[in-house]
Design a protein around this ligand. Structure first.
Ligand code: FAD
Length: 468
């Protein structure tokens, strides 16, 4: 490893915590308790749900149980793309019809603005910059996929999406070898930890009880069991996303997929001159093993991608530590995109887990007979989707308890979706390793070939993964 590696902080949850400070941990549960609604997990899903429910029905006694501290999971580690993507939309179109999927997409577009609205209303300063989302192509095959993707998004009602050639792309950002890009206004950069901390404080200020350092070991109808006591409630909402496999009976529900990131030192004015990126769009590419990045408020690049995608037995990382070869692979992507940054220091590397359902479709559900609810399976598009999930869980609880009727949100096609479980080990591990090795091979093949067709390898991997 080169000199760039000296002094890299690896883990420590994430760069965002190094930047904004770890929170003081709230008191754990002190014994058996009761509530109207108990929420398991203090990430964006759990906190948005608590926020909207308490706002709608201030009399509700709501308790959040969090194993470590709010924002310990993906919500405190992500790339800060607050954008309108939702996992599973195309499948929902196939199953429920095009019009239903257009409604879902419209709800997602509005969700980006809703998050911005609430942060302003609650005084949450989260470095939000609504510069949209820019996705670039760097090979003929990626360009063909980019054009298909662009056309596909227009079909779902994104009339304001734009397609750029190489020259127009370079005006926005100077990426080596970029041959085109697509831009949508429905996205914003956010500081993930400032958002989650602000949200937890807002929820607590409304009167929601939050217990931290309180792992839930089992969820049963009307019970959330912890080592310190059991909370009984009419509704128990599971908001544990990538950690769900650690709950009793949930080992094969959602696969914990790993995603890793690096953050550079702050770039100099000269380096920014070379890079461009004045619009501060969130940035991604069209590779099969894609990258995602943001220009941070303090002038760094935070960039992520898939490292080692999955740990045997659905295990998760230790406080965000990631493998050294992943750090090196991400740095190589950074320098490949921006050769002028070859000597730039990497200050921080970390990883986290996101939840992947067997059919790659995000869901939100409330089972009316048991009072058990859950939301997740966002497959890496959860920063905005969690907000839609929170508002939808609010409406489902209101509907079930007779406080409200059906709403636009309860009628969205991702509500109540059922999916089969993942295969047992070692098939699960073999399948995911194989899929990502295939994506990387497909990217390499496309980079050296000059044809516009996507590598057949990637299509095979998609089929094996259950994505199409
Ligand atoms: C590295 C990385 C980058 C990402 N980048 C983006 C991005 O740029 N844009 C985007 O849209 N999405 C991104 N995602 C995905 C996004 O961050 C997640 O979809 C979203 O944060 C999920 O929120 P959540 O609240 O459902 O889950 P989490 O934030 O994971 O929260 C779950 C919480 O539950 C707690 N918990 C788990 N088990 C228990 C238990 N048994 N008892 C009590 N508490 C428990 C955890 O400690 C955690 O705090 C990224 C994810 C990762 C890992």
């Amino acid at each position: 490893m080169g000199s760039w590696a000296s002094g890299v902080v690896n883990g420590g949850i994430s760069f965002w915590y190094a930047d904004d400070g770890l929170p003081a941990v709230r008191e754990p549960l002190a014994g058996d308790a009761s509530a109207d609604v108990v929420i398991v997990g203090g990430g964006y899903t759990g906190l948005w749900t608590a926020y909207y429910l308490k706002k709608a029905a201030p009399f509700l006694r709501i308790t959040v149980l969090e194993q470590r501290f709010c924002g310990y999971g993906a919500s405190g580690r992500n790339g800060g793309w607050l954008y309108n993507g939702i996992a599973g939309r195309d499948r929902y179109a196939t199953v429920h019809g095009h019009e239903a999927a257009v409604r879902l997409q419209r709800a997602m577009n509005e969700t980006v603005d809703e998050v911005v609205r609430v942060t302003e209303a609650e005084g949450i300063e989260a470095d939000i910059h609504k510069g949209g989302v820019l996705e670039v192509a760097r090979t003929p095959a990626q360009l063909a996929r980019l054009k298909d993707f662009h056309a596909h998004e227009l079909v779902y009602g994104e009339k304001d999406r734009e397609l750029y050639g190489a020259r127009e792309t370079a005006v926005r950002i100077r990426i080596a070898g970029a041959v085109g890009s697509t831009w949508t206004p429905h996205g914003a950069r956010v500081h993930p930890v400032k958002l989650v901390k602000g949200l937890a404080a807002a929820v607590e200020a409304l009167g929601v009880v939050i217990h931290e350092s309180t792992p839930v070991t089992e969820i049963r109808p009307r019970h959330a069991v912890t080592p310190y006591g059991t909370v009984r409630a009419s509704y128990v909402l599971r908001c544990t996303e990538g950690f769900t496999a650690s709950l009793k009976g949930q080992k094969r529900t959602w696969l914990p997929m790993n995603s890793s990131m690096i953050a550079t030192e702050p770039l100099s004015a000269q380096q920014w001159e070379a890079v461009g990126w004045d619009g501060r769009e969130t940035l991604g590419d069209m590779a099969h093993a894609y990258m995602y990045a943001q220009r941070t408020a303090d002038g760094r690049i935070a960039l992520g991608g898939r490292g080692v995608p999955y740990r045997f037995g659905s295990r998760t990382d230790h406080d965000g530590r990631t493998q050294e070869e992943t750090v090196e692979a991400l740095r190589e992507i950074l320098v490949d995109f921006f050769p002028a940054l070859a000597g730039v220091r990497i200050e921080h590397a970390w990883s986290g887990v996101l939840g992947v359902p067997r059919d790659w479709c995000a869901t939100v559900t409330l089972d009316r007979s048991t009072g058990l609810g859950w939301a997740g399976g966002y497959v890496g598009s959860g920063v905005a989707t969690t907000n839609l999930a929170g508002r939808t869980l609010r409406d489902l609880v209101q509907l079930d308890s007779g406080q409200g009727g059906r709403t636009e949100l309860t009628d969205l096609p991702w509500v109540g979706h059922k999916v089969r479980k993942w295969e047992p080990e070692p098939l699960r591990w073999l399948g995911v390793q194989g899929m990502y090795a295939t994506y990387r091979a497909a990217d390499r093949r496309e980079a050296v070939r000059h044809s516009a067709g996507s590598s057949r390898l990637a299509r095979v991997a998609d089929r094996v993964a259950g994505r199409h």
